[in-house]
Ligand binder design. Sequence first.
Ligand code: NAD
Length: 469
Amino acid sequence: METYTDLLTAITPVSGETRTMLDPATGEIVGEAPVHTVEDLERAIASATAAQPAWAALGHEARSAVLLKAADAVDRSAEELARLLSREQGKPLNGPNARFEVGACAAWLRATAATELAAETVVDDGATHAQIHYRPIGVVGAIGPWNWPMMITIWQIAPALRMGNAVVVKPSEYTPLSVLALVHVLNQELPEGLLSAVSGGRDVGARLAEHPAIGKIMFTGSTATGKAIIKSSAGTVKRLTLELGGNDAGIVLPDADPKAIAENLFWGAFINTGQTCAALKRLYVHEDIYDAVCEELTAVAAAMPMGVGLDENNMLGPLQNKAQLDIVARLVEAAKDSGARVLLGGNPETGQPGYFYPTTLVADIENNNPLVAEEQFGPALPIIRYSSVDEAVAMANGLDVGLGASVWSADLDAARSVAARLQAGTVWINSHGGVDPRIPFGGAKQSGYGLEFGVEGLKALGVPQVING
Ligand code: NAD
């Protein structure tokens, strides 16, 4: 079993250019990350290409057995992985944070191993017999963000491996150590060369997206980068799954119980300190219960401890990087300048180490305010008052993104009928943002295309082949 120091040593480069990664909560050094180059990428793609046929030939059952062993390896190193993730990303160990994320990696590997994708018979009428099979693609590229670096990497690579592909991962330059450590642990069980992480910058990501030996890109990140990847992958007509940015709306109907929903509303918006793709980012509350919802949500939010990740008491952490802190600060200032009412927070301390922004709730804000219209990706939630459900639905659908949404009500049928009118890949009822390896997940509009998880997620990592006859 590896200690934390062993794990860090195993991923620390012995030569080549490195970048010093700092803890976003304290500014302390976490470790040295390699700065891989396009030449390193070429080597990783060559190894993946060489390892893939034998892996594909193993068949589903044997590959699933290896994924189960890889899940056990994650469990064995869970605490060390969680500590490294906490230090590099900033998220606390406890709550729905670092330990939760590492646990989800093992759970997703197991669930992916257990998911069956049989050949589908589409016609069998005596005269015609046609079946769809899903064949391995070959080598898949996985490009990920910094907010849930381990979990999102697993979401991309588990179905890719399960379907008989090799994978080259390009982690975010903000959180390379977390992904390198995860890949190191998985490689304790995987055949050599099948999975590797190339920890480079945007040039490496761009080359991966255009590389002729890569059959598919799994991308999770911003809408702007997603568009760049569509362009660079066009020359080779690559398959793409794009999980892009969101600005999820929640609509609280007038019959909801403010006290009963306050805690779920809070975690829907503030999970991972708001740095979550499908977090609740705009809350629309009916005027009849507006003040009560504001009051209950403020009570929950004010009691939630924020601080350094390794402190076992904390539930919220810093922003992962200065650029994101600046975005949140700018958007809250825009809200204040417009005369919106700050219920909580909005007053970052200066001169302290760490990229902390306090938990912030902003009421009496107009729908066209930048804090509503732009993705804040941090701990600041605008709460907008509405008087008719039609108006709320129109505001919720008014942006060009549509990852998730939620409806909050005591009446499930009423909530479902509002849900059906929302332009979003997932609509949750009385919660927001929960994902499940059995349930497909993906975006509408400019939040991307393609589904992850479950049988649909496996299909996305295979080439459909029809056998007619
Ligand atoms: P980002 O788009 O800046 O970076 C993501 C990755 O793309 C990084 O690894 C980066 O190096 C790489 N990259 C950058 N330019 C590239 C290029 N031209 N070609 C190829 N790769 C390139 O995103 P981020 O700031 O790390 O993440 C935050 C964003 O991700 C938010 O908008 C958030 O909503 C979104 N996100 C979406 C989901 C989802 O499931 N839909 C999940 C998490 C995050």
